[in-house]
Write a protein that binds this ligand. Sequence first.
Ligand code: SF4
Length: 218
Amino acid sequence: MPLTQPPRDCPLCPRLVAFRHEAQRLHPDWHNNPVPYWGDEAAALIVIGLAPGMKGANRTGRPFTGDYAGDLLYATLKKVGLATGEYRQTPSDGLELHNTLIANAVACVPPENKPTPAEQKTCRQFLTRRLGEQKPLAYLALGRIAHDSLLTALGEKKSANPFAHGAEHALSGGARLFDSYHCSRYNTNTGVLTTEMFEDVVGRAAAYISRPALSLPS
Ligand code: SF4
């Protein structure tokens, strides 16, 4: 049966496999493997990031856990009611997601946080199968690569749904896509993304999936 999550020792991207193996050699106590999706399996909102950060999800094995991007993402999810508990940068912190699943466009840590187009395409097969099993009400794409990879996985037209921070797209499949700049330290340090900008988008996505009149697309 085709996999909806990459296997732990996925061999499909030679450059990323070599990078993982080097990380395993340098940091044998780290996760250093594809990072699985995390959250509510029947979520109405799916958050799509770019790829694991070297000292974040690649180290801890949970998406957005262990580096700054997670500090902002989880604080915001808590603020809008999509997470409860304390986020302490470790998978054992007891944090829980509600109606929310987090995935990445690419499951392995890439050098300099830059997966190649070929790596994005290769890893998309898992995301495509996973999304084929689920009919969420909404997606939240963190950055252009996540946005584009998600649209391709869903068979949606990029020309009809261009990426822009704060944009909302009514997808032909029935779900709504919310766009945000990625919540990375680089983007917040440079002022590209502020906490207020991020909270606005995540808050709109949370409000959208909470509207009582909505039902799952058929
Ligand atoms: S990025 Fe995805 S497809 Fe490539 S090696 Fe990692 S898990 Fe496999």
